[in-house]
Each structure stands twice: as structure tokens, then as C-alpha cells.
Design a protein around this ligand. Sequence first.
Ligand code: FAD
Length: 295
Amino acid sequence: MHAPMFSLEVFPPKRNAPVGTIYDTLDGLQGVDPDFISVTYGHGSQSDRTATARIAHTITAEYRIPAVAHLTAQYLDEAQADATLDMFEQANVSAVLALRGDRNPDREPLGVFEHASDLAAYIRRTRPGMTVFGACYPEGHPQAHDLDEDIRNLKIKVDAGATHLISQLFYDNQDFLRFLDKARAAGINVPIEAGIMPVTNAGQVRRMVRTCSSRVPQRLETMLDKWGSDPTTLQDAGIIYASEQIADLVARDVEGIHLYTMNRPSVTRGIWRNVQPLFAKAASTAPVSAVSAAV
Ligand code: FAD
């Protein structure tokens, strides 16, 4: 039995934050042993793509960890997508998380990459050396009528070229396990990593679950009620909650865990201290998937 994958997500510093804060994040993650780190992408301006490419390059060149660059495409034409993919290639990034992105109500999408599957197919056709990742939604994407419809669309994304999926956050493992069963039954056979977002602040959890249409299980609701106004204790409880989620998922043989670091390395380190033994790789074990080999 292979050890499951363990990966992390970081985001470029906000516009008004010093660029160097990403080094604080990456330095703070030393000691954690991810298979790769993914870097999020903003809404598509020139500075967004430069920031993602630069950070991904720093991760591979300076920290010697494979990087996956996110790319949202609904506001791009082919020339802009090519310019961004060129930039990623020059940064030695060989894996892209192909995304549609969220709709900006003030801006019409260009219609070139209407769905993430269009970008996945485009990368597959034009960049045979790049590995294509895709996003998936254990509780269904908010715009899909139901989970079954969303999984049918996910199959299109996989058939278009996504060879590795990373899930949206969820707080009840049963939701992820149900989704996994349905995805496998629909013929989706690529690795699917479970996305875990640690609870660090009650307001942030409420915002995230609203945006993602995720469920807050009663156990988490009770924690938010009890420690919502005590951030230090809530953060400690959040580390325990995420660690328990991960231990349960690994016990059920999920293929990987993708931890949303929220650029808070102390939280990631706290969780890693608890779960590290579950990811121990035997010296003789081959790479878990094409990811570590291909990225
Ligand atoms: P799609 O896969 O295109 O799906 C969007 C909707 O369209 C779904 O309802 C789906 O069922 C439907 N659909 C998909 N394909 C078809 C089809 N062929 N025909 C008909 N309907 C279809 N956002 C950012 O801005 N930057 C990031 O870096 C970022 N990273 C993310 C990382 C992960 C792991 C996840 C889960 C999400 C991330 N997001 C990011 C958020 C993401 O952009 C939004 O969730 C967005 O609303 C959907 O993007 P998608 O790529 O999943 O879209």
C-alpha cells in the first residue's frame, strides 16, 4: 500500500502586502514535507499571472519542491492563455490547475474558455509536456443543479485531459466519501485529493461556507459557538479538527490530502506534527502517482 499524497496551497501576497511575505510563508513551511505546493491565481490581470509564476518558480528553484500553478481562464483569449502558459514554462512549472474561475458580475466572460474543461483540452492539445490538474466539488459546485450533474461535467473535464483532481474544502468527511463513490461509479479514475481548510477564525469559516455552499456539521457548529470569540482557542481546536479529518480520510485510503495553508504556516505545522506519521513513505516505495514524477 502506497503512502497517500500530501500537498499544500499558498496564495500570492495581497496587493498591499510586501512581496517578501511569501518568503515568510515558505520559510515557515520548512519541516513539512509536501509532494507539491500549488499557487493560486487572481482574476487574470498581468500582475496576477506574474505573481503566480514567480512564486511557483521560487518554490521549485529555491525550495526544491514541485509547484503547480493555478490558472483561471474565462477572461482569457488563446493569446493571453499562451502568454501565461509560456510564463509558467519559463518558470519551470510543468503542472497547471486548469480553472474557469468565479464570475465577476461587472464583466462578461470572453467565451473562449467557457468551462475549465475547455482550458484542460487546450493545454492537452498545445502543451503535451504539461500535467493538467482540475478542481472538484464534494458537495457539488454551487452553479450545478445537483451533485450528479456536477459529476457528469467533471467527467468531461477528466476526459478533456485533467489527470489529477483537487477538491473544494468540506467539513464532513461523509460528504467527500459519498462524492468519491459517485465519481468512481461515473468512471472518473484519476487521483482525487481531499481539500482540507483548517478553521482559524469563525468569520472566515462563515464566509467560506457561504461562498462554497458547504455544510457546517453540528460538531463544528458547537466549536464555533463556544470559541468563536476566542481566536487562540478556536485556532487550536481547528488544528485538532483538521488533523482528525485527515486521520479519518487516510484510514479510509484516500489518495491524497491537499491542505489550504491560507499562508498561515504555524497552523500547517501544527497539523503536520499530528499527521506526519500517516504520510511516512517507505524508502523503497515508488512515487504515489504521476504527480511527483511529472511535476
Ligand atoms: P468548471 O469546472 O468549469 O465548473 C463550473 C460550473 O460549470 C460547474 O457548475 C460545472 O458543473 C459546470 N460545468 C463544467 N463543465 C461543464 C461543461 N462542459 N458543460 C456544462 N457545464 C459545465 N479561483 C480562483 O479565482 N483562483 C484560484 O487559484 C482558484 N483555485 C481553486 C482551487 C481549487 C482546488 C478549487 C476547488 C477551486 C479554486 N478556485 C479558484 C475557485 C474556482 O475558480 C470556482 O469554484 C469557479 O466557480 C469554478 O471553477 P472550475 O474550474 O471548477 O469550473
